[in-house]
Design a protein around this ligand. Sequence first.
Ligand code: PLP
Length: 435
Amino acid sequence: MNWLDEANFVRMQARLNNEMFGSFIPLIASENVESPLCQEMLLTDFHGRYAEGTPDMRYYQGCKYFDEVEKKAMELAKRLFNCSYANVQTLSGTVANMAMFKSLTKPGGKLLALDTAAGGHISAGKYGAAGFRGLAIITFPFDEEKWNIDVDKSVKLIETERPNLTLAGGSVILFPIPLKEIAEATKAIDSYMAFDGAHVLGLIGGKHFQDPLHEGAQVMTASTHKTFPGPQGGIVLANPDLDTEEGKKFARRLDFGCFPGVTSNYHLHHVAAKAVVLAEHLEFGEAYAKQTIANAKAFAQALWERGFQVLCEPYGFTESHQVLLRIGKPNEGKGKWASEKLEDGGLITNQEILPGDKSPTFTSGLRLGTQELTRIGMKEKDMEDVAEFMKQVLLDKKNPAKVKEKIKEFRKDFQFIHYCFHADEWKAYEYRKLI
Ligand SMILES: Cc1ncc(COP(=O)(O)O)c(C=O)c1O
């Protein structure tokens, strides 16, 4: 066996993957493309180092530069989200949720969260992080027409069920969630409300979505790689009053939930990458978030006009980066079929479980996101073209290979990455190590 060939096999797959994403249309709502500065940080020596603890309170030596990086990341996060507390250590959105569960709940406690068929994430479910913490889970009453929680019923449920923690936010999030009403109800029973901003963090930071930490959420957890276009990772944000003992204690609990709660070494190069992208977001975030949402609205409209069943038409389809389609009837598996056909045609999407579906792998939904298309320079008019490609594959049943060729041509105009420093020189999907 030639082990170099084995290693090269892996490198080749990475190159092919880069080529694929450089010539396809990326529509997965939880993905993004990283800026040159972000990539640069991921290749630094920080990658090989350890820094357990918190800045200036380390168990290992050699952290003096990294301490400055982590402090800067926290400072920029607090600035961007206008809050008093940030922890940038968690390795993903799921791990951020684990840290938050550890900080705010006890095993056997009760969690109110969204059902997965209503867009809730598995980390708030019994087979995910919430179950791992031993939480009993109840789910929000949900209004499918409006794709949002039913506020009145939710408030009543909070009064009767008295959850220890209420977690709003999810993986399918088309509209802002009425947090103020929910926050009042949780406050009245002396419990916590948190917001899972994994999907919409970049829109919140870009000031074009709701602002959970100022609408009553005591904590916001998130991934740093979805609409927020950073490295894969997590973040925990909060806004306690640090001039009070109570506020300081709350911050310490959150820190303790992150370390030693759910991390030891926490991937220092990713923290450095988070820091530079936070700075980029302070510079470009508003324009990016605005265009991402405008693109999503234009995309939804264009799909609707071409005959797709786009959810929430009476409510303007979407206020986020996402567009949701129903393909066929529940439990027919047409969502899965559509996502596979689209991949053959050069469009990357994912099937989505919708109300009525029994299995997350055999669904009637497609979830689409415009954040990555926005980063590679697409505007509203380009959404018409993308909708047309989808129509050709799924409704006109054109040969997917032919559509893929057309998309390859179309993509030639969208090779550079936007809303970041050095945008003009930087081709998306061509990372330095591989070229
Ligand atoms: C609402 C929500 N929370 C948490 C997560 C988990 O994030 P990660 O994949 O970074 O662990 C996701 C991921 O898709 C999500 O959609």
